[in-house]
Design a binder for this molecule. Structure first.
Ligand code: JFZ
Length: 459
């Protein structure tokens, strides 16, 4: 944060964290589910037998694809296996406490029957309101719903990406930057702004159970230049739904600063910049609320029939969840259902493995947060809110079977046990003042081992 603050009209309107019950509930989630579902699930990353190398939900932007052909996928959207109740049951089994669902991705296709465009689910063979089914089914399972909404809309005639941002990008150059190449384009964009506003009001009106909006595609410089409009739109949406949760990825201030305004203050209720990456230490999150959204392969959100590269395992994903909570954030795992509405087997398996772990160990994740302790080699500390319970989530087991714990002065350990077997108490040995060894001895008899990396120069 900067020490000398500049006067901002459209910067952050709140310094520090929200302190209301709705936001406190958001903080308790620990684990969430993201769902990317739309027309792009039909090609699943493949067009005329050719694999698209980018993220499957971006396939419309692929050079070889006529846009009108992509848009006519609307006539093919008939997901006969779609069962929102089953999705919600499986999400609950995984242990997700919230879901973020794509109401409209960059292609502009609306998964709800919007009155403001004909490019919606209503005009597909499926016809039914998918957003309503998802909201109702997840709500019935006690999972809070957040609506993903893309500002980029490739289908709307008024949408445009805007001229390239000024380079160098400075406060001065941004002042005179004009995103529009003609008056006509500027006028059309005004229509697009009204359309966007109408759709957002429509979503909040139609789905009163939704707890928040998750914005995307707001890096578009035409949108970034709408400081006054986006600021008042955010105020309008918040007034319409008191308690509404909106992250930092919605608008830019008058100097073109996003997420954090020109004074370094967070714009929105939580930091939304942790995209397929995690902070490493508590300083990285600057005291803000945050969540991390993560894909199973490297970068595929929508369904891709040919996942490539490294596919994350449930242990990796559980570790990311633990690490997120240990640094005061939530972890959100993405799913990309297929064009017929089913969830692929790989994702079902991961969900059930994560769920099995959560059933035993979820107490260290839910309503838990940063413990204020120095990180240790064996894994992550979390602290159960409102209690004196510290959790040690172990990912690296020491061969010695002894786990080092350093507590603040004046803190003693009354009892230690594993969440999986609370009745078996573990031996606690005090090694210095406030420094302990917890003896698990699970690895008794194991011999230390060595992994060799023989290296050579890359050619
Ligand atoms: C965006 C979308 O383009 C993508 O299709 C997906 O919906 C994802 C959740 O969001 O992609 C992003 C957005 C932000 C960053 C990277 C990719 N970022 O901040 O680094």
């Amino acid at each position: 944060k900067k020490t000398e603050k500049v006067e901002l009209k459209y910067g952050s309107h709140r310094i520090g964290k929200r302190d209301d019950a709705i936001m406190e509930r958001w903080r308790s989630y620990g684990l969430g589910q993201f769902i990317h579902w739309g027309l792009y699930a039909i090609p699943g990353g493949e067009w005329n037998g050719k694999q698209y190398n980018g993220a499957a939900e971006w396939i419309r932007s692929w050079n070889g694809i006529p846009k009108s052909t992509y848009d006519s996928l609307i006539y093919k959207f008939d997901p006969i296996k779609f069962d929102a109740k089953q999705w919600a049951i499986e999400a609950k089994q995984m242990g997700a406490k919230y879901v973020i669902f794509t109401t409209k991705h960059h292609d502009g296709f609306c998964m709800w029957p919007s009155k403001y465009t004909s490019y919606t689910i209503k005009n597909s063979p499926f016809k039914k309101d998918v957003v309503k089914e998802v909201v109702d089914a997840y709500d019935a399972q006690g999972i809070d719903v957040y609506l993903y909404f893309s500002i980029i809309d490739w289908n709307h005639p008024g949408y445009q990406a805007g001229n390239a941002k000024p380079n160098p990008f400075t406060v001065e150059s941004w002042k005179t930057y004009n995103p529009f190449s003609s008056k006509e384009k500027k006028d059309k964009y005004e229509e697009f702004k009204k359309f966007t506003r109408n759709q957002l009001v429509e979503l909040l009106t139609n789905y009163p159970k939704a707890k928040g909006l998750w914005f995307d595609g707001t890096w578009d410089p035409a949108w970034m230049k709408q400081d006054g409009f986006t600021d008042s739109l955010e105020k309008e949406l918040r007034a319409l739904r008191p308690g509404l949760i909106i992250g930092s990825r919605f608008r830019a201030d008058e100097n073109g600063s996003r997420h954090f305004d020109s004074n370094g203050d967070l714009m929105g209720d939580y930091e939304q910049g942790w995209e397929r990456k995690l902070p490493n230490k508590i300083e990285d999150v600057h005291g803000n609320d945050w969540d991390c959204v993560m894909t199973v392969p490297e970068n595929q959100w929508g369904y891709n029939k040919a996942w490539k590269g490294h596919i994350k395992t449930s242990n990796e994903l559980i570790e990311m969840t633990a690490k997120s909570v240990s640094l005061g954030g939530n972890f959100v795992l993405n799913f990309g259902p297929t064009g017929d509405g089913s969830i692929r087997l790989e994702e079902k398996k991961l969900a059930s493995e994560i769920g099995n772990w959560m059933k035993t160990n979820g107490d260290a994740i839910y309503s838990s947060t940063y413990a204020g302790l120095e990180k240790q080699d064996w894994g992550y500390f979390t602290k159960k809110k409102g209690t004196d319970k510290i959790n040690m989530i172990i990912f690296n087991t020491p061969i010695s079977g002894t786990y080092r714990v350093k507590l603040p002065a004046g803190t003693a350990i009354a009892k230690s046990y594993q969440l999986a077997s609370p009745s078996e108490t573990l031996k606690v040995e005090e090694i210095h003042a406030n420094e302990y060894f917890i003896h698990l001895n699970k690895t008794k008899g194991a011999t230390p081992f060595v992994i060799v990396l023989e290296t050579t120069k890359k050619v």
